[in-house]
Design a protein around this ligand. Structure first.
Ligand code: FBP
Length: 589
């Protein structure tokens, strides 16, 4: 292998991208095909998949098996109050990998890997980067994948990951290589079982690819393992299309880039349709369980007529009727201007941020848990609705009675395993259509509105979660996986893999890791004070929201739709490698 810093075979990394950019990638950073590996043996069903399979992610010079780890001060803690809960993993340094060579011999590493929670584009490339990193550190290293999320670890269900398998999944979307799941590792019994499985499988590493909850649990497991004297090193990788696991050294979670680009393409197409036929109002709910990052990013990419941001609704204590009046007012004003069309973006989590809906949901959760026997014995839906209405406070029962029938049913029928209302399943887009329609009729009767209203509803969610990763996500995830391998080589535990400077060219990206415990806050959950990684919500004084705020009145009164088109995998870097607008704005702030 050529020495670090020597540039050659530029055609390999970031293939199909700008030659100058590819030229910056050093030879040592190129994934190597190891003896016995066969690359691309399977036949792909179409030319795009076959060609995309050969894409080699770009990465910085520092990302090679010998990269030296530089240790610096720990990052500031989110809360010093958690220190005593993490005596073994709190006062650990920040790590960055440099293009200098580390001293000493590397030993084989045997690591487990788990995909946890909802899929996000790039999960397979994290595994590919991890696999390549481990093998490059020592050819006798190995990777064991636990099946269907953390449950696989608890049940000791998994499979060895070999080179041929990894090759089949490079640059593909989805989590289907080993599956995912939402089982949580949260009790001491779970941690003991996890350590037992790791011992039986002779694992010294475990990489948990997940969101805020999964990384919280990875941190707890790392601390527990150290306390028990176990050699298991536990690491996290920040995943979620929702974009809410970020802050400090985590500039974005992986998958957000691709998912937003898929949704933005579809919204752009809807914008164009609305503009063409000039008769429909499209109400589009966008995935994002709590935070509105996806809605915000899609708004910046597509310039819709109206965008609701849950965090703003909560901050301004906007009530349901206030939001409905706002939408109806814009519809009426546009109608007077001969624009009987528009697009409205609604974040999935919105209802929980509207104060009276939040209160209603909390009361329903209580009623459905405490009155479950009586409720379930009732045979018809009208009887069930009547039962819960009778148990609610006067304000909540008034609100519940006036909700569209379908939404009222969803609120009592779809419940999670703890008995709570499944807020993500509520058709918020239909709720708003019905309420706005009602309001417009009132305005018509009062003579303040003379137009028509033809609504269409959409929910964009699963369409984006398993898309083939964009160049950004393909590169970012591969780098995260490789970085995790280096953190294992360093003997570190309780870390999350990070790659910083993401808006710079890839060769300037900075791989490293920070202690997960530094991201923890103490919160009350199910009656107990526990350490958790807090979801990063949209900041109303952040640059991305500010751009929306500065433009939205104009986007509402005039029409400024944008049509970003599909993700491009091949072509000039300014098209193929561009990041989300949110990331660019935040980097420049
Ligand atoms: P993660 O936070 O686990 O990445 O999942 C995010 C998400 O895609 C949310 O946007 C959505 O509300 C939820 O998953 C839906 O999950 P499910 O797969 O259980 O329907």
């Amino acid at each position: 292998m050529p020495p670090p810093g020597k540039t050659h075979r530029p055609e390999k990394a970031g293939r199909f991208c700008d030659q100058k950019l590819a030229n910056k990638v050093t030879a040592t950073s190129l994934p190597k095909i190891l003896p016995g590996e066969t690359r691309r043996t399977m036949t792909h069903p179409n030319a795009l998949e076959a060609t995309r399979a050969t894409y080699i992610p770009k990465h910085p010079a520092s990302l090679h098996e010998h990269a030296a780890a530089l240790r610096s001060d720990p990052p500031p803690a989110a809360s010093e109050d958690v220190r005593e809960r993490f005596p073994h993993t709190f006062d650990l340094p920040t790590v960055t990998f440099s293009d200098k060579n580390a001293q000493g011999e590397s030993r084989p590493i045997r690591s487990g890997v788990i995909l946890s929670g909802g899929p996000a584009p790039g999960g397979h490339n994290v595994m590919a980067g991890l696999f390549d990193g481990l093998k490059r550190i020592h050819p006798a290293s190995s990777l064991f994948g636990f099946l269907n999320g953390p449950a696989g670890l608890l049940k000791d269900s998994g499979r060895e990951i070999d080179a041929a398998t990894v090759d089949r999944y490079r640059n593909t979307g989805g989590f289907d290589l080993i599956g995912s799941g939402r089982t949580k590792l949260e009790s001491e019994a779970d941690y003991r079982k996890a350590l037992e499985t790791a011992r039986a499988r002779e694992l010294t590493g475990l990489v948990v690819i997940g969101g805020d909850d999964s990384n919280t649990n990875a941190c707890m497991l790392a601390e527990f393992a150290r306390k028990e004297g176990s050699p298991l090193q536990v690491l996290g990788v920040p995943k979620t299309i929702d974009g809410d696991m970020k802050g400090g050294s985590i500039e974005t979670s992986f998958g957000f880039d691709t998912a937003c680009k898929v949704y933005a393409e579809l919204i752009g197409n809807i914008n164009r349709d609305a503009l063409s036929v000039r008769k429909y109002w499209h109400f589009i709910k966008l995935m994002g369980r709590s935070a509105s990052h996806i809605a915000l990013e899609c708004a910046l990419q597509t310039r819709p007529t109206i965008t609701l941001i849950s965090e703003e609704v909560a901050a301004r204590s906007l009530r349901l009727h206030g939001i409905v009046d706002h939408i109806a007012g814009i519809i009426a004003a546009r109608s007077a201007n001969n624009q009987n069309f528009g697009t409205v973006l609604i974040p999935e989590g919105l209802v929980e941020f509207i104060p009276e809906m939040r209160q209603l949901i909390a009361e329903l959760n209580e009623v459905l848990v405490t009155g479950w026997q009586e409720f379930s014995a009732l045979e018809t839906l009208p009887h069930k609705r009547e039962f819960v209405t009778g148990c609610l406070s006067p304000e909540s029962s008034g609100l519940y009675r006036n909700l569209p029938r379908e939404v009222a049913n969803q609120l009592i029928l779809d419940r999670d395993p703890h008995g709570n209302v499944q807020v993500a399943r509520i058709d918020t887009q239909r709720l708003f259509i019905e309420l706005v329609e009602h309001r417009l009729k009132e305005m018509q009767s009062a003579g303040s509105y003379g137009g028509g209203f033809s609504p269409q509803h959409h929910y964009l969610g699963y369409e984006g979660r398993c898309a083939a990763p964009s160049n950004f996500d393909a590169d970012y995830t591969y780098n995260l996986g490789f970085t995790a391998a280096l953190l294992l080589r360093e003997g570190l535990t309780g870390y999350v893999a990070t790659v910083r400077h993401l808006t710079r060219p890839t060769w300037e990206w900075l791989p490293g890791g920070i202690p997960l415990s530094r991201m923890m806050n103490l919160e009350r959950r199910h009656g107990n004070i526990v350490p958790v990684i807090r979801k990063a919500l949209v900041e109303l004084d952040g640059p991305a929201f500010k751009v929306l705020e500065a433009n939205r009145d104009q986007w509402a009164s005039e029409t400024h739709f944008a049509f970003p088109g599909p993700i491009q995998y091949f072509g000039p870097p300014e098209i193929c490698d561009r990041t989300t607008i949110t990331l660019q704005l935040e980097a420049n702030a």
